[in-house]
Design a protein around this ligand. Structure first.
Ligand SMILES: C[S@@+](CC[C@H](N)C(=O)[O-])C[C@H]1O[C@@H](n2cnc3c(N)ncnc32)[C@H](O)[C@@H]1O
Length: 253
């Protein structure tokens, strides 16, 4: 130790400063390196819990040129959000605001009972730990690829109450209140009444050419009833149909 101190004293201050700055530069991580690590980490953590993601991809491709926010209800581990972001990137449609809404907190989750009732239970999976393992990385991923990405830590109903007049979006030296949606992915609560209320909210906020995508259309709630009651008569026509996901396009207002 004494020898070390003695040698250190012999090194001129100028040389010491150079050595210090070399060490500091060596420790610095560039933005590119950091993002690569985040992406690798996030890609490893995310997972999806559904099927037929090609319906989501087709829907996202379909809205190129249609103005409005992209909204996902039900984030979970960010699997579907990543599909949406990657598809927008591939389609060179990244000047978008993409929002995803999820309360987490392990709150009661409504799966629906196959008809129009509800079947609430705590799934035990949608916890705040899941939120911590997902949202920071999803934020990095989303904001790095799109012009705007926002996570709302809210239930669908809370979001509707608080943002019924639109979402403030800040860009290009101005603020704009946007209350129009180009695509909605319905993958939060899966009971009839909740999905009905969600569709009701977005129906008056979607332009011609907008796309709806519904997950878990079989086994949770009566999707055919929903289609007849609030989709077909309100200008929506089927785009793609699969076992688990169905999409629609708005063709009249
Ligand atoms: C089926 S998972 C979503 C899966 C995800 N979209 C994917 O494909 O990777 C359902 C999510 O909805 C969330 N959720 C539960 N109740 C909700 C509500 N009232 N509003 C919004 N999201 C809700 C849960 O916390 C859960 O993360």
């Amino acid at each position: 130790m004494l020898i070390y101190k003695f040698i250190k004293k012999l090194i001129p201050i100028k040389i010491k400063k150079i050595i210090k700055s070399i060490i500091q530069n060596y420790k610095l991580v560039s933005h590119e390196e950091y993002m690569k690590t985040v992406e690798a980490y996030y890609s490893n953590l995310i997972e999806t819990d559904g099927l037929n993601y090609e319906i989501l991809v087709n829907g996202v491709n379909e809205i190129k040129g249609v103005k409005g926010i992209i909204c996902e209800i039900g984030t979970r581990r960010g699997g579907s959000a990543k599909w949406i972001i990657d598809t927008l990137s591939k389609n060179k449609d990244t000047d978008r605001t993409f929002i995803t809404i999820d309360p987490y907190g392990n709150v009661e989750y409504d799966h629906g009972d196959g008809n129009i009732g509800s079947r609430k239970e705590v799934v035990g999976d949608y916890t705040n730990i899941m939120r911590s393992e997902t949202i920071p990385y999803l934020y990095h991923y989303g904001l790095n690829k799109l012009s705007n990405f926002i996570f709302y830590n809210l239930e669908d109903t809370e979001f509707f109450e608080r943002y019924k007049d639109g979402i403030p979006i800040y860009s290009k030296e101005k603020k704009e209140i946007v209350n129009q949606y180009s695509l909605v992915f319905f993958d939060g609560p899966h009971d009839y009444n909740s999905v009905y209320k969600e569709v009701e909210f977005f129906n008056e906020r979607t332009p011609l050419g907008a796309v709806y995508i519904f997950d878990d259309v079989s086994g949770s709630y009566n999707h055919n009833l929903l289609e007849n009651k609030i989709l077909l008569d309100f200008g929506w026509t089927r785009l793609d149909t699969s076992e688990r996901k169905i999409s629609y396009k708005k063709i009249s207002i």
